[in-house]
Design a protein around this ligand. Structure first.
Ligand code: ADP
Length: 258
């Protein structure tokens, strides 16, 4: 694994007149575990959506494993933000994971195969929620819900896993379990993690990108440096969370895979 999983060149995305991303250039190498941090509204979710082909660039170019995003040539798993899901929907944990096995949506008289069900159960076990297969969404804790979303994303056997704040709304022990799972998954898949969580930034990820509409940093994840510098650019968001500050030694864009 040493090719390029994602290549983004000069990407700008607008929602109406609002610029969400401006001239972003970013490479994600295969096998990388990239953390993306930045202030709210900094374009982090939009960047993940660009990798999924869910937003149309105003300018620039996105490639995932050498092809346009969203084409399905290479499997990409996506764990959306917790807030984006309706927990009142009357469906069980296992049924949600099963939806990750769907290739082109539901057809009339569609039924999942025994193989689909076995795969979904095994994924539920793998992420630690096997005992909750029949539990309704409304009765899951935040951590159980996020693990279920990760299992659903894994059901497509992705080579690239994109996660949008998977540790928001989860307790400390679930957070640790999720990070340990992601480290294990990173042995054979590329991971891009949008997070507000300093623990993830410092201890888990291999590379860090900092987004504030523009990409203001891409490089090594370093921890603890002079506080004052972190007032500029995206570390401001970390200060708001009352955690030790992190400062970025060098600022640059892009980066190449070897
Ligand atoms: P982040 O994930 O860093 O919080 P987003 O990518 O969600 O940032 O948002 C980037 C900018 O785009 C923000 O100004 C946000 O208000 C705007 N935005 C995001 N989604 C939409 C949308 N569907 N319609 C209009 N504006 C949007």
């Amino acid at each position: 694994m040493n090719g390029r999983a994602v290549r983004i060149e000069g990407l700008s995305v607008y929602y109406g007149k609002t610029a969400a991303l401006t001239d972003v250039r970013l490479d994600v190498c295969e096998g990388e575990y990239l953390g993306i941090i930045g202030p709210n509204g900094g374009g982090k979710s939009t960047l993940l959506k660009a990798m999924l082909g869910l937003v149309k660039p105003a300018s620039g170019h996105v490639e995932v494993f050498g092809a346009p995003p969203g084409g399905g040539r290479a499997a990409v798993g996506y764990v959306p933000q917790f807030a984006a899901m309706d927990k009142r929907f009357p469906i069980t944990l296992l049924e949600v994971i099963l939806t990750g096995r769907l290739k082109k949506g539901l057809a009339p008289f569609f039924a999942y195969s025994k193989e689909d069900e076995a795969a979904a159960r095994s994924l539920a076990e793998r992420v630690g929620v096997g005992h909750l297969a029949a539990r309704r969404l409304s009765d899951l804790s935040g951590g159980e819900f996020q693990k279920m979303l990760i299992a659903r994303a894994l059901a497509a056997k992705p080579k690239l896993l994109l996660l949008d704040e998977p540790t928001a709304s989860v307790d400390a022990s679930s957070r640790e379990q999720i990070y340990s799972l992601l480290s294990e998954l990173n042995r054979d898949m590329t991971i891009v993690l949008v997070t507000h969580d300093l623990l993830a930034v410092s201890a888990q990820v291999k590379k860090l990108a900092c987004l504030n509409g523009r990409l203001v940093y891409h490089g090594e994840p370093e921890l603890t440096s002079p506080v004052v510098n972190s007032l500029y650019g995206c570390p401001v968001d970390l200060i708001a969370h009352g955690v030790p500050h992190r400062v970025l030694a060098e600022h640059g864009e892009g980066g190449c895979c070897v």
